[in-house]
Ligand binder design. Structure first.
Ligand code: ITT
Length: 192
């Protein structure tokens, strides 16, 4: 059976992917490798950071692996918080403070267009490949729902009235930036 490591410390991401990953490929977590270090995300782009994470694990364990770097890009804020999404309101990362900061910055602003972006970096047999996914939507006026993680409770996908915090994981997994990028990765793995 093929094995692949998903190089993330974010349990929510791993959980999302677990449900859409084909059962004929064994998906391993960093916990399965007893890896507890924090990989420094020192890049200036989602792509750079995704590569840093997957290269680090590939070089250390020589196992096929992929990582995901994602962010929320808000039109009125010229793409902020973008690559800095996880610590937008400061260190240590706090999802609630991040959402409050976004809502404050968009107070009384009509243009609430935003998108989530995911870049996946795959390391396989010394090759490095990139896959991407995007989800368009808008920022709500308040925090709504407990599902998902990060900015989900303030993000309304285009074509919906509820936030990702209110929508179920199965809906998120049909439309999300991460699901789209992962499906491209899965298609690639299945044709190998
Ligand atoms: P790893 O680097 O270990 O994978 P992380 O949480 O640090 O985990 P990112 O750097 O990719 O992951 O995440 C940036 C932030 O973007 C994340 O902390 C969330 O606040 C936000 N984010 C990413 N994907 C999201 C999603 O699907 N829904 C809501 N917010 C998301």
């Amino acid at each position: 059976m093929k094995k692949i490591v998903f190089a993330t410390n974010n349990y929510n991401k791993f959980n999302e992917i677990k449900y859409i990953f084909p059962k004929n490929i064994k998906l391993m977590s960093l916990k399965d490798l007893n890896f507890n270090e924090k990989i420094e995300e020192s890049g200036n782009t989602l792509k750079d950071n995704a590569k840093i994470k997957s290269n680090y694990i590939y070089n250390k364990y020589s196992l096929s692996c992929f990582s995901d770097d994602s962010g929320l890009l808000i039109d009125h804020l010229n793409g902020e918080p973008g690559v800095y999404s996880s610590t937008y309101a400061g260190v240590p990362r706090n999802d609630l403070s991040n959402m409050i900061k976004v809502l404050e910055k968009l107070k009384n602003i009509n243009n609430r267009i935003a998108c989530f972006k995911t870049i996946i970096s795959l390391n396989l047999d010394s090759k490095n490949l990139i896959f991407s996914g995007e989800l368009l939507g808008s920022i709500s006026n308040s925090i709504r729902g407990n599902n998902g993680f990060g900015y989900d409770p303030i993000f309304i996908p285009k074509g919906y009235n509820q936030t990702l915090g209110e929508l179920s994981l199965s809906i998120k997994n049909k439309i999300s930036h991460r699901a789209l990028a992962i499906k491209k990765l899965i298609n690639f793995l299945n044709i190998l």
